[in-house]
Design a protein around this ligand. Structure first.
Ligand code: ADP
Length: 719
């Protein structure tokens, strides 16, 4: 069912054309130059703007044939725009060759680009036909043609008068072949990809092949000829919609191009509407003037006729005068003097008794109502629009405005008496055509300029907004990726902590499991060691948890240190004592240098843990039996400096700052992280030292190994 519907739509234009060929009587003529001018100009302009925007927005990321399809419609819209502008009688009164040429080249240019798009195979575009160059060539061709049409239309006329009908016929055949070729290529692409865009493009190529027939082989203004306008519009809408929908995800939203496109379209719409209104307005003024002028001429001519009649003349005298050849000659001269094209004199019954065109004698007046009004004494004048080209007896020379006036004829010297006949004059008003076209063009230019300027001013604001939006979007992007990174780190940390808590816990549980098996007195020493192990593992776990909680609290600003005067030498000694058994077990040496009686205001539990962390790191990163760890505290300048030095593996220069960040662990010599902890200890140390208003850093120890130094103020006074 769906397939049937698609096929029916596909051949609809051709079926219509066939019908009109078989039944030409049904092929009504719609001679609508102004509709053609306003609607075609506006739609093609909008289509060109949208297609250009689309081909720019698609960019190189899109499939080459899809980009080419957008370009094809940019060319179609741009060239067809000049077709609309050149509509005869809208802005230019004479026939302009661009009307025909633009129509031909619209389908020819579009067909050529579509045919190139149809060349794309599964391996891409042929190497000798790079898409970018095709797009540039299409743009250059369009600009070149537009320039020729606008500046040197005589070139086109020259070809028309010397090559016709060969050029017209060959363009038709080539254009049709291009569209059919494109339809086949794109259909193959659709069979390969089954993508809706390729299907739609093959469909559009078929439609435009039929449009080519409608344009070249059918009579202008007939419905069969209008079909190609409809086909072009529908094809554009289908292509633009399907491309925009397909590439929605890859398109990056930017305010500017959308604003420019909408502004241009709005400007065109408003300029055309303003031009139509301005023309309407000017038309009233212009026709008033023309009508007044002809009424004056008609009055004077009627005066001349009266002069020829005696004062008491009746209708029969007028009839006698009309027969007089001398009168005819006089009127001929007067008519020329007053620039009146044709004249006629009617009797009281409204039948012509004299006419500048002898064949009109004996015919009734054109407009009985006006005739009657004139007989009653009024002078009437009316502008007549150009006649309908489909009316019988129409000729191209009549294709402009005219003005007709009726005036009463009185006997000489008796203007107050009854009218004895009616004079009708008819004047060619081709100057009115030009004036109206000028008004249309003026309205168009003024409105386009004012609207254009206004929108250009707004463009500055939009550009700024666009920049802000882009910058904010980027910032948000960065913030988002930072957030993702932080999330990743948190997950890693959770894993590490869980992992690292398992080791001390295993040690605790292992020791506790073994305890009951050592029941004898001799085994008391062994039991004691087990308990010691369990305790130190428990303490390690506690330290880890403390670090984690403390870092979180300090960062959240929730941890308030408890500064109290503290004996620093006792504090350092106590910490080292705690590491004594482990140092003895690992056969490492720990020494301490600290002047006695050194007192400072500090949070003893936090600073103790800082020392714990530094010493435990020194223990971790030195080899058993070789490790030498030296701790010192010195007072100087109101500050106390602490140092924990070891002769371990040392720290590479580029890591010396990084290791104070949370979760950072320096890779060891093999560049794999030597994961003996969580990377949290030094971050905790830095935060605590900073809370005390001090600084901490790592440096190389003389003779190898590393040294961690930090200082804090001795007194809180004056801080
Ligand atoms: P960790 O729990 O990994 O020890 P820390 O924040 O205490 O976390 O240390 C961060 C990193 O700094 C360690 O992974 C290690 O690479 C390096 N580091 C710290 N102290 C020393 C040291 N005394 N000698 C060599 N490297 C050290």
């Amino acid at each position: 069912m769906k397939r049937l519907l698609v096929i029916a739509t596909l051949v609809a234009p051709g079926a219509g054309l066939l019908w009109f060929t078989l039944r030409p009587a049904t092929d009504a003529s719609y001679n609508l130059p102004l509709f053609h001018f306003y609607v075609v100009t506006f739609i093609t302009f909008s289509a060109a703007v949208i297609s250009i925007l689309l081909s720019v927005a698609l960019g190189p990321a899109a499939q080459p044939r899809h980009r080419l399809a957008a370009t094809a419609f940019a060319v179609i819209g741009s060239i067809f725009f000049s077709h609309g502008l050149a509509t005869p009688g809208a802005l230019i009164d004479h026939f302009h060759p661009a009307v025909q040429w633009s129509a031909w080249l619209t389908l020819f240019g579009g067909g050529a680009i579509f045919a190139i798009a149809g060349l794309e195979t599964a391996r891409g575009m042929p190497r000798w036909l790079p898409v970018r160059q095709v797009i540039y060539a299409a743009a250059a061709g369009t600009v070149l043609y537009t320039a020729v049409a606008a500046l040197t239309p005589q070139w086109l006329t020259f070809i028309d008068s010397n090559v016709a009908p060969l050029h017209k016929n060959s363009i038709f055949v080539i254009t049709l072949a291009l569209w059919l070729f494109a339809a086949m290529g794109l259909w193959r692409a659709w069979r390969r990809t089954r993508s809706r865009v390729d299907g739609a493009l093959a469909f559009v190529a078929c439609w435009l092949a039929q449009a080519t027939v409608s344009m070249h082989l059918f009579t202008v203004w007939r419905f069969s000829w209008w079909i190609y306008h409809i086909a072009l519009l529908v094809s554009f809408l289908v292509t633009a919609y399907i491309l925009a929908a397909e590439y929605e995800q890859v398109r990056q939203f930017r305010l500017m191009p959308y604003f420019v496109a909408i502004s241009l379209i709005a400007t065109a719409l408003l300029a055309l509407a303003a031009s139509a209104l301005f023309t309407q307005f000017s038309y009233g003024t212009l026709t008033d003037e023309v009508e007044r002028a002809i009424s004056n001429s008609a009055d004077r001519l009627a005066g001349d006729v009266s002069q020829e009649l005696p004062g008491t003349a009746g209708p029969q005298d007028l009839e006698a005068l009309a027969q007089d050849p001398a009168f005819g000659r006089t009127m001929g001269f007067r008519r020329m003097g007053l620039q009146i094209t044709e004249m006629a004199i009617y009797d009281a019954q409204g039948i012509a008794i004299f006419a500048s065109r002898p064949e009109d004698v004996g015919l009734p007046a054109d407009d009985p109502a006006e005739f009657a009004a004139t007989q009653a004494g009024a002078t009437t004048a009316e502008v007549q629009p150009p006649p309908d080209p489909n009316s019988p007896g129409y000729s191209a020379s009549l294709n402009h405005y005219s003005v007709e006036a009726y005036v009463p004829i009185y006997a000489a010297g008796a203007p107050s008496g009854p009218a004895i006949g009616v004079l009708s004059v008819w004047q060619d008003a081709s100057s009115l055509d030009q004036a109206i076209q000028r008004a249309r063009l003026t309205g168009l230019i003024i409105a386009a300029l004012t609207m254009g300027l206004l929108l250009a001013a707004l463009l500055i604001v939009v550009r700024r907004a666009d920049r802000i939006i882009t910058a904010r979007t980027e910032e948000l992007g960065h913030a988002y990726s930072d957030l993702r990174q932080a999330e990743g780190m948190r997950d890693d940390l959770t894993y590490m902590i869980v992992h690292d808590l398992r080791n001390p816990l295993a040690a605790i549980l292992g020791s506790l499991d073994l305890l009951p098996t050592f029941g004898t007195a001799e085994q008391a020493a062994m039991r004691l060691r087990m308990v010691d192990n369990a305790r130190s593992a428990g303490q390690r776990m506690n330290g880890l948890i403390d670090d984690l909680l403390a870092v979180g609290k300090i960062e959240a600003g929730e941890l308030k240190p408890n500064f109290l005067p503290t004996d620093v030498s006792a504090l350092v000694a106590a910490r080292l004592e705690a590491f004594g058994p482990q140092a003895a077990a690992d056969k490492k040496t720990i020494s301490i240098v600290c002047p006695p009686g050194l007192v400072a205001e500090l949070d003893s539990s936090l600073i103790s843990r800082v020392l714990d962390n530094l010493v435990s790191n020194a223990m971790k990163y030195t080899e058993p039996e070789e490790g030498v760890i030296a701790v010192s505290a010195t007072a100087d300048d109101g500050r106390i400096a602490f140092s924990v030095r070891d002769n371990g593996e040392g720290i590479a220069d580029e890591q010396k700052e990084r290791i104070f960040q949370k979760f950072v662990q320096a890779p060891n010599a093999n560049t794999t992280p030597a994961r003996k902890g969580t990377g949290l200890g030094l971050a905790f140390c830095r935060l605590v030292v900073e809370l005390h208003g001090g600084q901490i850093w790592a440096q190389d120890a003389p003779g190898g190994g590393s040294e961690f130094v930090f200082w804090i103020w001795r007194s809180r006074d004056g801080l």
